[in-house]
Design a protein around this ligand. Structure first.
Ligand code: NDP
Length: 427
């Protein structure tokens, strides 16, 4: 059997990651409580606490699963009916490119407007939709887990059909479990030809659900305390802005590694649809249960950190996108470049001369601004900065290897010119 270069420590790693990410989504529910996060009972006897919590909770609720399916279907419908340009993706290994209908911003604005209307007209924070989402959070976690496992399995089976469809390099290992996890098919479009499932899931149902959960958590704080804290407002603004910004810059997703290189398997399915909305909303869930008041100095400090992170993140990503799409634009035409034998050029000055992934640094600085408003009463809300650092460090290595394959020895020259990986002067 030909040797296959595995990522994530191969099939055992895929198994461990699959089970741990699922367990972590449940832990976010059981460990964030008003009497401690984690509660003292967990700290004194973790297993007993979790056994009791599980035996006294019902995990599955059919209407919540049906509601999620309806929501998912509605986001598909919005992609279909709302206007948006048809944009070509990158040229693929077969010399062709896919067309993508870009209207994520219209989709999310439509959903948020409908929710705002329902909130205004049907009882504000007491609107049944917000109460339901809060009361059925655990059921939603189960619904997302079931949906993701089913979708990943369907995609795996679908990718086995004969035909000329492209497979991702990583997803053709000898292990079916690993291929199910990492994703076999590059751009599956089952059932509906307009619906590119991977780019759709990457930007739409999960990201929008994250913000919906944040609002639901905010409404819970309002129902239970009669007001909304400055910390809650800030986290909502930062994360809401991040999502709308990614929808506004939707074309940028078409050149990301997820779309151009990775298959669509459980790793991305779960990451996009379950992991992201559940674990990225733990700051607002914590604040809903434990309100924190920052005061003017706290607000200004957190605003400054977020502003700095956003500036680095957006300016560097936009500089590269502009350079890749319109290199003669005066904003990038003066930058120094390295001509590669592959034909494309690499930036070696400007943001991309400071480190090879300066955009990751900006993203990580923003991550701090999302966690600091929760204060210092729990380490759990800082899970995001730790997890995100690991994700970005791992992602940088993957991209570095991919670029080495793409650019050959030119990448070595580039590495010597731009020495730092992420943080200039440090790493
Ligand atoms: P990048 O946007 O960093 O793109 C990497 C690619 O850019 C390389 O493969 C290469 O492709 C090109 N490139 C690299 N160096 C140069 C250079 N010097 N000049 C020109 N082109 C260069 O990759 P990601 O998709 O990983 O990240 C995009 C954004 O998404 C980041 O800001 C990241 O922080 C964010 N992100 C956020 C996540 C979250 O959960 N919040 C998760 C993952 C990412 P080529 O040469 O072929 O064009």
């Amino acid at each position: 059997m030909a040797s296959h270069k595995y990522e994530f420590f191969g099939p055992p790693g895929a198994f461990v990651v699959t089970t741990s990410i699922s367990i972590i989504t449940y832990l976010t529910y059981f460990l964030l409580t008003p009497s401690g996060s984690p509660p003292p009972a967990f700290l004194s006897s973790p297993l007993t606490y979790l056994q009791t919590a599980l035996s006294t909770s019902s995990l599955f609720h059919l209407p919540t699963l049906a509601l999620f399916l309806a929501y998912f279907g509605f986001t598909v419908l919005l992609q279909y009916i709302l206007p948006g340009p048809l944009v070509p993706g990158v040229v693929l290994a077969n010399g062709k490119h896919n067309l993508y209908k870009l209207n994520a911003l219209y989709t999310s604005l439509t959903i948020f407007s409908l929710l705002a209307g329902a909130t205004l007209f049907f009882g504000g924070a007491n609107w049944v939709g917000w109460v339901y989402l809060w009361d059925h959070h655990l059921h939603l976690i189960t619904a997302l887990n079931l949906f993701c496992i089913s979708l990943s399995t369907f995609l795996y089976i679908y990718s086995l059909r004969p035909g000329p469809h492209l497979l991702a390099e990583g997803g053709t290992s000898p292990s079916p479990l690993f291929n199910w996890f990492i994703g076999r098919e590059l751009n599956p479009r089952p059932l509906l030809s307009f619906l590119d499932l991977k780019s759709f899931c990457e930007l739409r149902p999960g990201l929008t659900l994250w913000i919906i959960l944040n609002i639901s958590n905010t409404m819970h704080q309002l129902r239970t305390t009669g007001s909304i804290t400055d910390s809650m407002i800030l986290v909502n603004l930062f994360q809401g802005w991040y999502v709308l910004d990614s929808h506004f810059h939707e074309p940028a997703v078409l050149t990301t590694m997820d779309i151009t290189t990775d298959g669509f398997g459980h790793m991305l399915v779960f990451g996009d649809l379950a992991w992201l909305p559940i674990t990225y909303s733990i700051q607002t869930r914590y604040l809903a249960l434990n309100p924190v008041h920052l005061g003017p100095l706290g607000v200004l400090s957190v605003l400054a950190i977020n502003g700095l992170g956003y500036y680095i993140f957006r300016a560097s990503n936009s500089q590269k996108n502009l350079f890749r799409t319109n290199p003669s634009d005066p904003k990038v035409a003066h930058l120094k470049t390295l001509q590669t034998k592959r034909g494309t050029k690499l930036l070696i000055s400007g943001w991309w001369g400071t480190s090879r992934h300066i955009n990751y640094l900006g993203d990580w600085v923003m991550a701090w601004a999302w966690c600091l408003p929760t204060g210092f009463g729990t380490p759990l809300t800082y899970f995001y900065v730790v997890y995100f650092a690991i994700l970005l460090l791992h992602r940088e290595r993957r991209d570095d290897e991919a670029c080495e394959r793409k650019y050959g020895e030119d990448w070595g020259v580039y590495r010597r010119i731009v020495r730092w990986r992420i943080m200039p002067g440090v790493y």
